[in-house]
Design a protein around this ligand. Structure first.
Ligand code: NAG
Length: 264
């Protein structure tokens, strides 16, 4: 039977070990900032961000939320929450566009951006308050630079297309957000990269054909079913892999050839 003093010394040793400073190194995390096309849904639609975890060996924290634009995501402090939470080498995927268009007049809906590709500003009134509205790229550059300052890597993606078959024949033209996203990436610098998600989704939708693609949009031309979200997610991964994987190189479970679609 061990003596009391030897028991005590074992206890104190183990409490020392427990109390010893040790750094808990969590896995690099992928953060998603976007709108309903990326967000977790609660109806018969789904956002593509919910499927990304299946293709990556990193945890994915989907902070996308329906109805948001680059502007409202900023003004509501949602980028700031991610900026405050990211650790060095985390990867933040930003994808907006569906709620960024429209006009500030006669009524500002709180989402529309100031038109333009640069440092233009618009004076507006939202909810009875005088506000200054920035351009789409300005919001992304501000968020991107703050994330990079925290050591994160930023991926800016072009928005998903609305059903490109809705007019009867296939039609997809890159929206202005594609150019804006590329411009934002070049302003943020080498810790940012662009993924032409919209183009890759459009190409896969073209191959699938109208009958199939129409079934992936159960309610309207913007929001996909769960199956549609999976297709849209795979298009993102394909675009990423075709570009060499970028900041997610080594963390994608799938080989380039095994993912549907073709490199552009
Ligand atoms: C990658 O493989 C996993 C199974 O390991 C699968 O769940 C996922 O959908 C695949 N991703 C793509 C983009 O094909």
């Amino acid at each position: 039977m061990p003596s009391l003093s030897s028991l005590l010394s074992v206890l104190s040793l183990s409490s020392l070990a427990l109390g010893a400073p040790h750094v808990v190194k969590r896995a690099q995390t992928v953060w998603l900032a976007g709108d309903s096309t990326m967000a977790k849904a609660s109806d018969n639609t789904q956002g593509w961000g919910e499927y990304l975890k299946y293709s990556l060996s990193l945890p994915v924290n989907n902070k996308a939320i329906g109805g948001r634009s680059a502007r409202s995501y900023t003004v509501e402090g949602r980028f700031q929450t991610i900026i405050d939470s990211v650790a060095s080498n985390d990867i933040v995927i930003i994808e907006f566009g569906h709620n960024d268009g429209g006009s500030l007049t006669p009524t500002d809906n709180g989402r529309t951006d100031c038109p333009g590709a640069g440092a233009e500003t618009c004076k507006s009134t939202y909810n009875g308050q005088a506000v200054t509205v920035l351009t789409y790229p300005a919001y992304l550059v501000n968020a991107g630079k703050a994330l990079v300052a925290k050591g994160a890597k930023v991926i800016i993606a072009s928005p998903t297309p609305n059903n490109p078959w809705e007019g009867g024949t296939f039609s997809y033209t890159s929206p202005r957000f594609t150019t804006y996203g590329k411009s934002a990436v070049s302003q943020i610098g080498s810790s940012a990269m662009f993924v032409d998600h919209g183009l890759y989704v459009a190409n896969i939708f073209k191959t699938l054909g109208k009958a199939k693609v129409d079934t992936l949009f159960p309610n309207d031309h913007t929001h996909t079913s769960a199956a549609g979200a999976e297709t849209v997610e795979k298009a993102f991964v394909k675009a990423l892999l075709c570009g060499g994987g970028g900041f997610l190189d080594g963390f994608v479970k799938n080989g380039t050839a095994s993912v549907e679609g073709a490199c552009v």
